[in-house]
Ligand binder design. Structure first.
Ligand code: HEM
Length: 555
């Protein structure tokens, strides 16, 4: 009897092992070059996260060994990593209908078609199209103009903290994270007052934990999820039970929002009657702070999402995408014109996850670039002085008119691209891509080797490694002809939704900062890019020195 049981166990083990062994040889069978998996279960995960370094470090190493397009395995995910722009043009642009899904940034089991918590970042197909159509108008220029009031207020509070730290060596990363968290908490979570400089914000810790998980390979549960990626329809039940027992950071964010949404619904009724009254007053649209934000139109994302409604044209455009994107569950249902409460919660939560660490990291990288390139900083300061005489002049129109500021930020994001890890797509229908007609099978993933592309002398010249804002001067003709050679905010229809929002926040912050201070490098100024999801520094140590004439200008 015992021998029969033993034999059955051995057979089961052999079948399971055989399955994973066969899976681990996927790219060898396909003749696609790439690193040999070190584990039949987790594939190349171990090498990907060696020394806790970001994925792109391995990508660069593998590109040197295997060429511009190579395959590797993240457990059950078959990933093609490429710097071949002809492949990226097909995947992210021309053949988007076959690649409308993004590789999950966390390997927890999740069903983007059925899970009610899906948001514009995690949804795919028609569901994504509907969420994007409904929420995009909330990022239009007039809405941003209104939101800048909050950004400016938070920025002023940050300046007060910087003032207290003047002349000392400080790590600016911490304060930038506090600042961008404050902005999103106020604009997407309904927090009424700025918390900058008061106490340590627990939400910043939550964000740090989310974006800087321990290497997947060190966590047996995550390792298990990665290894069993294609069995998510089953492992999802295990995950649901675990979340119920242990809880999750996202549940905490959701709880804050449920209460805020209830409050806002009640307020909306009150406000409607007030507005009707105010409409009769002539000055109801007066300009607040002189920054172009209209008095009665200040809203935040919660208000905007509560009020967003698809027009008949929107619905038609979503329906027309049904064939292109494959409707899934949605094709059988009536397309809802408004967002449900759960969708609003998921959308606000994703703004916190997509908009906080990215913006803060971009600011830290930019501060590093300016500290280590004093000539560029000097030139930028001169431009700021030309446009900004006093604090009242710092507004969206002025900061968006500054050309050198724009070049500097673009260049910082080229040299230190921080969120390219999100530039990925999953193949939904088998097809060929790129000049070489590479066969992409359904379920395979394509990730962009963004670091390599951003540093490739073929596109950027021999000084590709250097911070040279002037290369963005159109008259010098140095910008690559192919727009896909630059991708800090992604590519194609799923490009970053918050790009203008994030850039505005950065510009307002640095106009304030450089109007008041000079950012000086110290012997401890260095940059170490880390992180699996957002890749950036956790420590940028500099000294802020008050500018000689800035005290008189007092801004
Ligand atoms: C400097 C700051 C930022 C950087 C570098 C950045 C970068 C990115 C990148 C690379 C993607 C993936 C694009 C793709 O797959 O093609 C993305 C997507 C996204 N980002 Fe950002 N982002 C930033 C700020 C923000 C902000 C402030 C928000 C919102 C307030 C935001 C919201 C989103 C959303 C919702 C998506 C998903 C879009 C979709 O799938 O349709 N991001 N971002």
């Amino acid at each position: 009897m015992l021998s029969v049981i033993l034999a059955i166990v051995c057979i089961i083990f052999a079948i399971v092992y055989g399955y994973f062994w066969h899976r681990s040889r996927f790219f060898i069978r396909r003749g696609i070059p790439g690193p040999k998996p070190t584990s039949v279960f987790s594939g190349n995960l171990l090498e990907l996260q060696t020394d806790r370094s970001p994925f792109n470090k391995s990508f660069m190493k593998w590109e040197n060994e295997y060429g511009s397009t190579f395959g590797y395995l993240e457990g059950g995910q078959k990933v093609i990593c490429t710097s071949d722009l002809s492949v990226l043009h097909d995947v992210f642009g021309k053949k988007f209908e076959n690649f409308h899904s993004r590789k999950p940034i966390h390997p927890f089991p999740f069903n983007p078609d059925k899970d009610e918590r899906a948001n514009v970042f995690t949804a795919r197909g028609l569901r994504w199209k509907r969420l994007r159509t409904l929420t995009s108008p909330s990022f239009n220029p007039q809405k941003l103009r209104n939101m800048q009031v909050t950004m400016l207020d938070t920025t002023r509070k940050v300046m007060k903290v910087f003032d207290d730290l003047e002349g000392q060596e400080i790590n600016v990363c911490k304060l930038f994270l506090e600042s961008s968290t404050d902005v999103i908490e106020r604009i997407a979570f309904g927090k009424e007052e700025s918390g900058v400089g008061k106490t340590t914000n627990p939400v910043t810790l939550l964000i740090r934990a989310f974006f800087n998980p321990a290497p997947f390979i060190e966590n047996p549960l995550i390792n298990f999820y990665v290894g069993t990626f294609e069995f998510q329809d089953w492992t999802i039940y295990l995950h649901k039970v675990l979340v119920k027992i242990v809880g999750s950071p996202l549940t905490k964010l959701g709880e804050i929002l449920v209460k805020t949404i209830e409050k806002r619904r009640a307020l909306a009724v009150e406000r409607k009657s007030q507005e009707a009254e105010e409409m009769n007053q002539l000055n109801n649209n007066e300009d607040v702070n002189g920054n172009g934000a209209l008095k009665n139109q200040y809203e935040d994302f919660i208000d905007l999402f509560l009020n967003s409604e698809a027009s008949e044209d929107d619905i038609k455009s979503i329906e027309n995408n049904n064939i292109r994107l494959g409707g899934g569950e949605l094709s059988k249902a009536k397309i809802e014109k408004r967002l449900s409460d759960q969708e609003i919660i998921s959308m606000c939560s994703v703004l916190m996850l997509a908009g906080v660490d990215t913006t803060a990291t971009a600011m830290s990288c930019f501060a590093y670039c300016l500290a280590t390139n004093p000539e560029a900083q000097e030139k930028l300061t001169e431009e700021i002085d030309d446009y900004i005489l006093d604090e009242e002049d710092i507004n969206m129109d002025n900061v968006n008119s500054m050309q050198y500021l724009d070049w500097c930020i673009k260049e910082s994001m080229r040299v230190l691209p921080l969120a390219g890890g999100a530039n990925s797509r999953i193949c939904m229908n088998t097809c060929t891509v790129g000049n070489q007609n590479l066969l992409m099978e359904e379920g395979m993933t394509v990730v962009s080797n963004f670091w390599s592309i951003h540093h490739d002398p073929k596109y950027w010249g021999d000084d590709a490694e250097d911070f040279v804002p002037e290369r963005w001067d159109p008259e010098l003709n140095r910008i690559p002809k192919d727009p896909y050679a630059y991708q800090p905010f992604g590519l194609g229809p799923r490009q970053c939704m918050g790009m203008k929002f994030g850039l505005l926040e950065i510009k307002l912050m640095f106009c304030h900062l450089l109007k008041n201070f000079r950012i000086e490098a110290t012997q401890n100024t260095k940059i170490h890019m880390a992180g699996i999801i957002v890749c950036g520094p956790h420590d940028v140590t500099v000294t802020l020195r008050r500018r000689v004439n800035a005290a008189e200008q007092d801004c």
